[in-house]
Design a protein around this ligand. Structure first.
Ligand SMILES: Nc1ncnc2c1ncn2[C@@H]1O[C@H](COP(=O)(O)OP(=O)(O)OP(=O)(O)O)[C@@H](O)[C@H]1O
Length: 227
């Protein structure tokens, strides 16, 4: 086998209906702090949405609700037919710290051969002994790379990505942005990285206002339509 690592590509997403994920009327407050109110969002198959906002505007909270790991105070998140979610959490809580790097990838895609697993890991700069390390000992950047690698092999049809390029070395960042460019599924990405927004060429860029502003009626402003 050649030493040259092929560029990373997502597999074809699992089939799903026209709108695999819908959120309506989402509101959230922590104590007296209202984070956002009445956010509604439909994620169509293959669509690209970027969510922007100042620190504390509620971007991570919104993504956690879409991922089903946090409940809204009001409103609901409804999965569409065939939804297969891939969620990248900044805290890497989707990884099993008690098993090796290779094992985490195998759990995400049990059908891959050992060669395929090691090839995907190679694209994220885990080679040789690195792939056999316990996940617990990885650095923050290494955990980011591994969490993204597990998404790449998962055949998800909707990816929810919370600042996926934070912490990444330039080669891994280029690899994941290149792979996202050709990904056929839907992507909802929270990011402060302008290059990541450009790479995704989103149809929709949503701005979550911060709590003090009462500028928008439906929970966010739609900034731009690039499609
Ligand atoms: N479990 C919690 N308990 C209390 N307050 C919380 C909790 N989780 C989030 N918050 C608050 O809700 C607000 C929104 O947090 P969130 O992490 O969603 O913001 P964000 O837009 O993702 O910010 P950043 O750009 O800094 O990542 C913040 O003020 C945060 O302190």
């Amino acid at each position: 086998m050649s030493d040259k690592v092929a560029h990373l590509r997502f597999p074809t997403p699992a089939p799903c209906g026209r709108t695999p994920l819908t959120a309506s009327g989402l509101s959230k407050a922590y104590g007296s702090q209202e984070v956002f109110t009445d956010v509604s969002l439909a994620i169509d198959r293959g669509s690209r949405v970027v969510i922007l906002g100042l620190n504390g505007a509620g971007k991570t909270t919104l993504l956690r609700m879409l991922a089903g790991v946090e409940s809204p105070d009001t409103g609901e998140v409804v999965p569409g037919h065939g939804l297969k979610l891939g969620y990248y959490a900044q805290e890497h809580d989707t990884l099993d710290l008690d098993v090796s790097v290779v094992e985490n990838l195998r759990h995400a895609a049990p059908d891959l051969t050992d060669t395929q697993v090691r090839s995907v890991l190679g694209s994220f700069l885990f080679s040789g002994d690195d792939a056999d390390k316990p996940t617990r000992v990885l650095s923050g950047g290494e955990k980011t790379r591994l969490a993204l690698a597990t998404l790449v092999v998962s055949a998800a049809n909707v990816l929810l990505l919370d600042e996926p390029t934070n912490n990444l070395d330039p080669a891994s960042r280029a690899e994941i942005l290149g792979a996202l460019r050709s990904y056929e599924g839907a992507v909802v990405m929270v990011t402060h990285d302008d290059g990541a927004v450009e790479a995704l060429t989103p149809e929709r860029v949503l701005l979550l206002p911060d709590g003090d502003e009462d500028l928008w009626n439906d929970g966010y402003a739609e900034l731009v339509s690039l499609a």
